[in-house]
Design a protein around this ligand. Structure first.
Ligand code: PLP
Length: 430
């Protein structure tokens, strides 16, 4: 192994956040040089192999590194990690995940079909999400695991649940759940405690015990205290309802490790893995019946597992700002850049003095701006740029605004292959 490869493997397996504390020179986003070198190497390989920009390059290696961090946590009971399929609905990742012997969580018919096609069995699929009465009935099978989200949904699906003896759970809307943009308002998910009490009674009448109590707070949860308060609420509810759940499903929400808010703050600044584990370990003592803690982390698991590669098509300069117009950008490929800052670097390191530069996509929207930051003045049309942390919520939010969908490349065990061709704009217009 080359020294870069050795350092990269070490960086990825230790988790980049931890390495960030010890490495001499780490980017503001927490990436040690070895990780940046890893991505540059894989992007060069993809380009040599015929990749055409814009393209996403995803790798199993950072997912394995994130899972190593998660599985090292002592949560007080055995943990089960469900893949949040919606976060990165990529068949290659699903196959890799299934081969690790891990299960998948889905919230829609499309995701259900995707995990079935990837070979997940009934036992390794958890069905979540609102308004499932719209699609789930015809997919019913014996022992299906379903977390109910509302009373109407429960009533509509009860005939299937009874027939096939579903293993059921309830999603509660805890006081911790609110719309992050308007925190005075609750989210639309789950059952209030009084609705959940009715649900418990209806399921009892149907002979179906509530096996799972579930919440998903939101994404990028800022502090372990949010989990503690939600777990306390679940414990109070379980007591009031006389429930002895077998599983506590605490959803996802752990923040990405290498992204900043638009204001420049690290998104994981207020929550350490140790504090998260301690919180769960202590709270779980309130649930003597619980055999397993379930987690459904999306961003934490896959955000760092990909880059978006775009190519500079044109350069403009006006009012003191250098502007790079690229063949991919926010509108098409990186909606997440609306509320997060990610590392963005040219494929070629170095490049001399830097100047304030805005990186734009090719669509007719001023909104189409991937980053505004100092970049080398020497960057010219034709050069590729790497937008980091593109492994969560990029594929599902891709658009066809004036163009087709991008190519996708997958890296696993040093193999690199195109797993999705670019979509022809003609086809998408048809
Ligand atoms: C029910 C459920 N579980 C898990 C997740 C994954 O969330 P995150 O990517 O923040 O970990 C989501 C995301 O919306 C969700 O709705």
């Amino acid at each position: 192994m080359s020294s870069v490869a050795t350092q990269t493997a070490a960086a990825l397996s230790r988790g980049t956040a931890d390495l960030g504390k010890t490495a001499a020179k780490v980017s503001a986003f927490g990436y040690p040089p070895a990780v940046i070198a890893f991505w540059r190497t894989q992007v060069r390989r993809a380009l040599k192999g015929g990749a055409a920009t814009p393209f996403y390059l995803f790798s199993a290696q950072p997912v394995a590194a994130a899972m190593a961090q998660l599985t090292a946590l002592d949560l007080g009971r055995p943990a089960v990690h469900w893949l949040s399929t919606k976060t990165q609905p990529l068949p290659a990742l699903l196959l890799w995940w299934r081969n690790q012997g891990r299960p998948a969580e889905v919230v829609s018919e499309a995701e259900f079909r995707l995990v079935q096609a990837a070979g997940f069995t009934t036992d390794s699929i958890l069905v979540n999400g609102p308004a499932k009465q719209r699609w789930l009935g015809p997919f019913s099978s014996p022992g299906l695991r379903v977390n109910f989200d509302s009373l109407r949904e429960l009533d509509s699906l009860l005939p299937w649940a009874k027939r096939d003896r579903w293993r059921v759970g309830l999603r509660l809307c805890t006081a911790e759940e609110f719309d992050p943009e308007s925190p005075q308002f609750p989210t639309q998910f789950g059952l209030t405690p009084s609705e959940a009490l009715l649900a418990v009674r209806r399921l009892k009448r149907a002979g179906l015990p509530v096996e799972t109590l579930h919440f998903h707070l939101r994404t990028q949860v800022a502090s372990a205290d949010c989990y503690r308060r939600a777990l306390d609420e679940l414990a109070a509810f379980a007591n009031a309802a006389g429930l002895s759940p077998r599983h506590l499903d605490i959803g996802g929400g752990l923040p990405s490790r290498n992204a900043l808010s638009r204001g420049g703050k690290r998104l994981d600044a207020g929550i350490s893995m140790a504090a998260f584990a301690l919180t769960v370990r202590q709270a779980v003592k309130q649930f003597p019946s619980v055999e397993e803690v379930w987690l459904e982390n999306g961003r934490f698991v896959s955000a760092g597992s990909g880059v978006l590669v775009v190519r500079v098509l044109d350069v403009k300069e006006r009012r003191g700002l250098r502007q790079l117009i690229c063949d991919g950008g926010r509108t098409l490929n990186a909606l997440v850049s609306v509320w997060e800052q990610h590392e963005l670097l040219p494929l070629r390191a170095g490049g001399g003095p830097e100047v304030l530069t805005a990186v734009h996509g090719p669509t007719c929207m001023a909104f189409d701006q991937l980053a505004r930051k100092p970049l080398a003045r020497s960057i010219r049309p034709g050069q590729p740029l790497l937008w980091f942390d593109a492994g969560a919520y990029h594929l599902p939010w891709e658009t066809r605004f004036s163009h087709g969908l991008a190519e996708v490349w997958w890296h696993e065990d040093s193999r690199l292959a195109r797993v999705r061709a670019a979509e022809s704009p003609m086809l998408s217009a048809a």
